[in-house]
Design a protein around this ligand. Sequence first.
Ligand SMILES: *Cc1c(COP(=O)(O)O)cnc(C)c1O
Length: 412
Amino acid sequence: MAQLNSHYLKLKAGYLFPEINRRVKAFTDSNPEGAARLIRCGIGDVTEPLPEAVRTAMHKAIDEMGTRPGFRGYGPEQGYEFLRRAIAQHDFRSRGLEVADDEIFVSDGSKCDCGNILDIFGHDNRIAVMDPVYPVYVDTNVMAGHTGDADERGLYSGLLYLPCNAENGFVPAIPAEKADLIYLCYPNNPTGATATRAQLAAWVEYALANESVILFDAAYEAYISDPAIPHSIYEIPGARRCAIEFRSFSKNGGFTGVRCAYTVLPKDLECRDSTGSKKPLHPLWNRRFSTKFNGVGYTTQRAAEALYSPEGRAQVAALVEHYMGNAAILREAATNSGLATYGGTNAPYIWVRAPEPFTSWAVFDKMLQEVNIVTTPGSGFGPAGEGYFRISAFNSRENAQEAARRLSALKW
Ligand SMILES: *Cc1c(COP(=O)(O)O)cnc(C)c1O
């Protein structure tokens, strides 16, 4: 009989969002009035329509494909040159960072990239993740057999968890022990925290000293407003020798439904093979794309390119301003209600401390029942998230303002 991948059986059943849905449904079923007033501030998905520059580029590309000379079949697996060049030029070289066009790998999403990247690493690496954490980093390592079983708190044996809390500003301390692969995400989902240049430099120094690789998820880069906060790990000297960066058009261009992202894999980045000799990773990632992927659609790549046009950039800036306007409104309301808030200034998430003696889920229930607002319990992102909850700024302005009015009046 064929064998399945037993590592999948170690995965904790998707608990967080099904449980949120279950509680919301129980509430709305028994309370039609509350159901009509319900505002969802739990979503990690964008809400605003696609920018005009994107739609125009997609229309043009599809019309081009409808002509004999303009038709395109399989494209380069790693992405069309026009897009790789636009990315390298606008996101890196124009900011003084050395990134070559062929170090950009265009994909259908950062979620996929975060999972697929494990293909080019060995199975004996020690993996470090932040806690709380974007669940994809953990679950893909579980699937690949890099962990043991989860304990009753949901922590997998074999992983090195790096707790993030108010005391360390949600940036983990450099561990005393050695990790080979380190997932960092800044600006962070779920905490909304950013890492300073000095903090990132300490991680790069650690990675170079230990021959580790940093997997740097910069999906929320566009939300950085503080000029002192690095937008890319490559702003740190030495990072080209120890870091892979993940970027996505999901949260800046509203591409969660269009699907396009990219990775940066510098040619200077080397790891050891099973005999201990150093080899570059770039050819492996390149080969993985050629063998297991056939590229992102032409119309989608033209759409992504349009985000870098003057109109596209202005429209992205307007989207970011919209969501960050919501974040300011919601953050102020939470503060007015007497809560300690974090994030929400360089990221579209506000991370809120639950007042004693509330647990994350107790806050969730109170907000749902008393003010009909859906939030995300922090404990769903890992044990260090217990005692916090996340408010998302992805919403219409109207909903954000109404949620803020209700939140300001909430008594704890
Ligand atoms: C939304 C998000 C992404 C983007 O994922 P896509 O697959 O590109 O839509 C990546 N990382 C984090 C932490 C996210 O929240």
